[in-house]
Design a protein around this ligand. Structure first.
Ligand code: PLP
Length: 463
């Protein structure tokens, strides 16, 4: 299995190389050269299997010969051993044909653990074999950073630096990043917003001297291995509800388009997904794009679902690449327009192709709060604000006999203020992190300045 860049002019890589590289050298994102498919019989055989077994069968064709079958099984087993639910991704029912897929049973209480725990184990196995080490730098709107730190803390072959927007993540998110005391963990509070963090990260990848000097590796949702890990729960949930004999739809709370893009891959692999619904908060660039065909940046306004407070949705580039018939030059042109003029217009053919599968909607702050309250009253479920955004949008897209599966992306205790404001109940942290508020914090402030960030990273890995 080979991986190509969405901008068409970076080297073609193996799975392992694409995983260790992150962003392609032409600024693009790696995608598989071809998407392997599963037959209806293959898919039917997944029903009722343990999560780890489904993970192995779904991901194996994408990894080529990066790991032997035995190594890959061990990697998967270790990745999900720290989850606190035997099903890993259990479902609960919200209404007649509406289901919630709980993706918050990992160590940092958000769906990002599914990908990050797996990637941590894969990096360790690959780097050990190579006798190599890397510097991982990630940008986070909150949940990626804690998930990355939890996945890489204490590993010998990796230093991990996380850039987060100072003052714009929840206290639980911040403490999850600043309280691990492992020497290889570095939490950096950047003076800016998430888009600044993401932009500086991209700058570092495009600064080849620094990139090669520190052996920079990326684990943001642009990393193909992360998208791949997220494909698995589309299969476990859909087959639990009758796929491949019955179609299902999904609604996904979306920021960087990584989680929902995994659903698109599942569809391309043969899973009978009828609609994939993009749910955004008030930072609704994706919803506006689907309506108008024009992708136009606007400022970020902080919301109660902060992990979706972004205006540049990196993984959307992967969807565009396919919508443009895999024309890397066309994608590169659009990204250049975005950089230069703050936006681009998608061709009619490409937007039509996107609309064949994707629907979209948005939830305002008030609608998000009202949904948390309504769901608590009608089902007893306490949900995080990101999940509530998706539930609100999903309700507008329920369609008769096709089950709707809404992705629940974080535990409500990660966002206790928003939940308490809605229902007057402050959700408690699970046992394993009950003392989070007492642990000492460790972080460094850094300016929104490439040179300052690079200097700090070089100093830290030298000591
Ligand atoms: C990251 C995150 C999202 C958005 O996921 P993307 O893959 O970036 O679209 C939604 N909800 C929560 C809780 C998150 O942490």
């Amino acid at each position: 299995m080979k991986y190509v860049s969405t901008r068409g002019s970076a080297p073609v890589l193996s799975f392992e190389e694409a995983m260790l590289t992150g962003l392609a050298r032409d600024g693009g994102l790696y995608v598989p050269e071809t998407i392997p498919t599963m037959t209806p019989a293959d898919i039917a055989a997944l029903a009722g299997q343990p999560y780890e077994e489904v993970a192995f069968r779904v991901m194996k064709p994408f990894i080529g010969d990066a790991f032997t079958d035995e190594e890959f099984s061990d990697i998967i087993a270790r990745a999900y051993a720290g989850f606190d639910h035997a099903a890993r991704a259990p479902m609960v029912q919200l209404g007649a044909n509406h289901f919630l897929l709980e993706l918050f049973h990992g160590p940092t209480l958000a769906f990002k653990d599914f990908a990050m725990q797996l990637i941590g184990q894969m990096f360790e196995a690959a780097l050990k074999r190579r006798g190599d080490r890397v510097t991982i730098v990630g940008a986070t709107s909150g949940d990626t950073g804690s998930a990355a730190i939890e996945a890489f803390r204490g590993l010998d072959a990796v230093d991990v630096f996380i850039l987060f927007p100072d003052g714009r993540v929840s206290e639980v998110q911040r403490r999850q990043m600043t309280t691990p005391d492992d020497a290889n963990v570095h939490a950096l509070a950047l003076h800016g917003d998430f888009d600044d963090c993401q932009a500086r990260l991209k700058d570092m990848f495009n600064h080849f001297e620094f990139r090669d000097g520190v052996k920079l590796a990326g684990v943001n949702s642009i990393n193909w291995a992360r998208v791949l890990a997220q494909v698995v729960y589309y299969f476990t949930s859909a087959t639990a509800l009758g796929a491949p004999h019955r179609e299902v739809s999904f609604t996904v709370p979306t920021g960087n388009f990584g989680d929902i893009f995994a659903g698109y891959i599942a569809k391309r692999m043969g899973l009978p997904i009828k609609r994939l619904v993009i749910a955004t908060n008030q930072n609704d660039i994706l919803h506006r794009t689907m309506l108008s065909g024009a992708y136009t940046k606007a400022g970020v306004s902080p919301s109660i679902s902060p992990s979706m407070d972004i205006q540049v949705s990196s993984n959307f580039e992967r969807a565009l690449f396919d919508a443009y018939g895999r024309d890397g030059a066309a994608v590169a042109q659009q990204m250049q327009d975005l950089q230069a003029g703050g936006g681009f217009t998608i061709s009619q053919g490409a937007i039509d192709r996107l609309r064949e599968l994707f629907d979209s909607g948005r939830a305002s702050e008030e609608e998000t709060t009202a949904t948390i309250r309504a769901m608590y009253e009608s089902t007893g479920e306490i949900m995080c604000p990101h999940t509530a955004v998706a539930v609100k949008v999903a309700q507008e897209h329920l369609a008769g006999d096709v089950p709707m599966i809404t992705l629940s992306t974080a535990h409500p205790a990660k966002f206790p203020d928003a939940v308490e404001a809605a229902i007057g109940i402050r959700p408690g942290l699970p046992k394993h992190m009950a003392d989070l508020y007492e642990r000492p914090e460790r972080m460094r402030q850094v300016a929104n300045d490439l040179t300052a960030i690079e200097t700090l990273i070089k100093e830290q890995i030298a000591t």
